[in-house]
Design a protein around this ligand. Structure first.
Ligand code: MG
Length: 372
């Protein structure tokens, strides 16, 4: 459908440190594999998606969420005729920069950094990981990913202008990323909205009726399912409906993007880059469904009393650890303890904590006997 806008592999700006090509994997396939073999990828397994101490073995963590995003993004890229390998690499790395305890951890790190007139940004952190902290090659630091994968990570959730983030000035400020990269944020949104609905239903935080009241499309789907499978248990009816809801949103992303590309008149990758807005988008009705889902999840799940309490405890632990390592930078392992002598200590402490898993952070707080 949009083959003309597919990123041409041969046009890649390549790697920071040139490497010989591989016999049977192209550069984007190699990037995908490097991402899967990275420590940051394995750590996603013990990073909170929404529920930080789940009462069930079935809730998503950031790794299973990442795999769901990757499947959705690949389906969309493949259907549109875009580069699936580039899309997959970006999807698999899209949450690399997330600190422990999800948004609670991010908010607390940001609060700590603000004391020093600085801030924490998970996209920038993800780049610092793949450019430096992942150390597994003799000839270069980091994973030496192609420019397009690094650009897609830098522009994961937003574009920027020249000078807005001086450290990102090499990533074509003022330009849109290729469509492969534009898809990721939307595939992420579809994946987490529907998965969080599933986990919240499983946790007893939302009923089918409550979902239907907030999301008319879901009510219509559920009504059709009840007619089709009247004897099925509610949980199976819910899951049948959830599949249709995912399908509705994914189809909306495919059709919305095709439509936006057609209306904009873009004919090439250069046109995509120079277009004033991103072209990947959901069609209007599915977009409204996604917005209703988000409102429901914020009101009934993310900001619920149960999660709020978890959130406060998590923030407290991050704060304790930040304060401790600020006063005892030599207590961090290498390379952080060495870097803390050369760079601003608050930045190094932030990098160290942001890389931790939930479990490792809790263990460290316990081990150091830290408490208020
Ligand atoms: Mg995500």
């Amino acid at each position: 459908m949009l083959e003309r806008l597919r990123f041409p592999l041969a046009a890649s700006r390549g790697r920071r440190y040139p490497e010989p090509s591989h016999a049977y994997r192209n550069d984007f396939q190699r990037d995908r594999d490097r991402i899967v073999h990275a420590r940051a990828f394995r750590r996603l397994e013990d990073k909170t998606q929404v529920f930080s101490e789940p009462n069930s073995d079935h809730f998503r963590n950031r790794l299973t969420h990442t795999i769901e995003v990757s499947q959705i993004a690949r389906t969309v890229a493949g259907t549109l005729g875009l580069d699936e390998d580039l899309t997959e690499a970006l999807a698999l790395a899209h949450d690399f920069g997330h600190p422990p305890f999800a948004h609670a951890g991010e908010a607390e790190l940001n609060r700590q950094m603000a004391r020093f007139g600085d801030r924490f940004d998970h996209n920038l952190h993800a780049l610092r990981l793949v450019e430096g902290f992942e150390q597994r090659y003799a000839r270069f630091p980091g994973l030496n990913l192609t420019f397009e994968v690094r650009e897609g990570m830098a522009k994961h959730s937003r574009d920027f202008d020249q000078g807005e983030f001086p450290e990102l000035d090499e990533y074509l400020p003022g330009q849109r990323p290729p469509l492969e990269a534009q898809l990721i944020d939307l595939a992420d949104e579809i994946a987490y909205c529907t998965a969080d609905l599933d986990d919240a239903f499983e946790a007893g935080m939302l009923t089918i009726d409550e979902i239907g009241a907030a999301v008319p499309r879901s009510a219509a789907i559920q009504e059709a399912i009840e007619t089709q499978f009247p004897g099925s248990p509610p949980r199976i009816q819910f899951l049948e409906g959830l599949r249709l809801l995912i399908d509705w949103l994914v189809t909306g992303l495919i059709e919305g993007t095709v439509d936006a590309a057609r209306r904009s008149g873009v004919e090439s990758l250069d046109d995509v880059r120079r277009h004033p807005q991103r072209l990947a988008r959901l069609a209007p009705e599915p977009s409204e469904t996604a917005a209703q889902l988000k409102r429901l999840l914020y009101g009934s799940v993310y900001n619920s009393a149960a999660l709020q309490q978890e959130r406060e405890q998590s923030m407290e632990q991050v704060a304790l650890l930040f304060e401790y390592f600020l006063g005892n930078p030599e207590g961090m392992p290498e390379p952080y303890s060495v870097l803390a002598r050369e760079q601003a200590a608050h930045r190094v402490v932030c990098d160290y904590i942001a890389g931790m898993t939930d479990g490792f952070l809790r263990k460290t707080v316990r081990h150091l006997n830290l408490s208020l």
